[in-house]
Design a protein around this ligand. Sequence first.
Ligand SMILES: Cc1cc2nc3c(=O)[nH]c(=O)nc-3n(C[C@H](O)[C@H](O)[C@H](O)COP(=O)(O)OP(=O)(O)OC[C@H]3O[C@@H](n4cnc5c(N)ncnc54)[C@H](O)[C@@H]3O)c2cc1C
Length: 405
Amino acid sequence: MRGVTGRPARLPRVTRDWVAIAKGLAPGFAARAAEHDREGSFPFENFRELREAGFFRLTVPRSHGGEEASLTTFLRVQEELAAGDGSTALALMMHLKTFGQEREAPAYPQHWFDELCRGAVEDGWLNNTAASEEGLGSPAGGGLPETEAVPTGSGWLLTGRKTFTTLSPVLHYFIVLARLPASGGEPPQVANFMVLRDDPGVRIDETWDSLSMRASGSHDLVLEAVSLPADRLMTRRALGSGDARGAAGMVWFALGLCATVTGVARAARDYAVAYARERTPNSNKTIKEYPGVRTRIARIDLLLQRSRAMTYDAAAAWESGAGDGMRAVDRVAAAKVDTVNSCIEAVDLAMRVVGGVSLRKSRPIERYFRDVRAPLHNPPLEDRALEQLARAALDEPPEPAPAVE
Ligand SMILES: Cc1cc2nc3c(=O)[nH]c(=O)nc-3n(C[C@H](O)[C@H](O)[C@H](O)COP(=O)(O)OP(=O)(O)OC[C@H]3O[C@@H](n4cnc5c(N)ncnc54)[C@H](O)[C@@H]3O)c2cc1C
């Protein structure tokens, strides 16, 4: 845990019920979601409400004026917000996960962590990583970014274009992955740089016009010869070497996605249940009487229960460091794969319960069907998560056999 850095210690604060507050905001988000989805516009009002309610500091450590929410509380909040609007929840998650992972495994320079916390608490400034690129795809694939940072003597000159920069309409801090110039026969190096919104040469191109999470503001970040002082270097490593944060980054991110898709699927479930209780085609029974509808609703609840169980089991294992059975990091990988697939299936079943009108743009379930798919394409991707499980089972040294007394 990071200590206080030159800031006065704060009095213990009364813990608020963040899950209940998130639940209270969700209906307002849901009411605005259709318009933002249709227009591909960013939900600025939702972010104003989130800021006013204190959510920007939810995972910031107490030593820095935040709420220091646990991983489990963060996930429960994500689920509630996503039940209102998936895009809003996904976008907020990008900001909140940074503090969670840095609390557990600091990788950024202390003065930048202090500044990220200060900005979130005092100014309502948000952060996210900008790593993906059109040519590179996901950096998790191990490729070299085209965005390049050239040393200038007094700092760095950064040039490139980042895709999928979620939250870009309101970001203040962009943590940008770039390659460093090749030197001799050394392995290529990559680094993360702190780029601020008002740095000259920084531009957002509003390119995000996608099937899913349309209101997440995941536009392109363009860096045109952005001149950065030397202290903007955040982390540096050889391409292919492990993340300095170890597994903490993956845990907060992957489980945040699990909670987000669970919230979206829950909204679809609730819509289908309410519809099945009411819908009575002319001269017929209410559709909830039909065995096919009943089975589908039951199966949706089974899938949602499984998703929650896997997500919160992985979080509990990570938080407690419990060593029994599957390792916590592998439970996280398993939860990511299974929860995203279960939630996609659950929303598909909910569409079948509602029937043909579920396809109409005027029905929110049509948006849930699209939104629930996006986290398929966020890391850890299915193939890599399964490979992690296979490696643990097949390639790593087996546990020593228990001693026989
Ligand atoms: C809604 C949304 C929000 C996002 N927000 C952000 C953000 O804020 N910041 C950010 O930096 N990125 C963000 N991303 C981008 C995301 O992290 C990925 O970089 C992006 O989805 C492209 O990943 P990909 O694996 O499909 O692409 P590619 O790397 O092009 O991969 C294409 C396919 O090939 C497979 N593949 C590629 N390389 C390998 C390999 N080495 N081994 C096995 N299989 C491989 C992949 O699994 C995939 O099936 C976001 C994406 C989405 C959908």
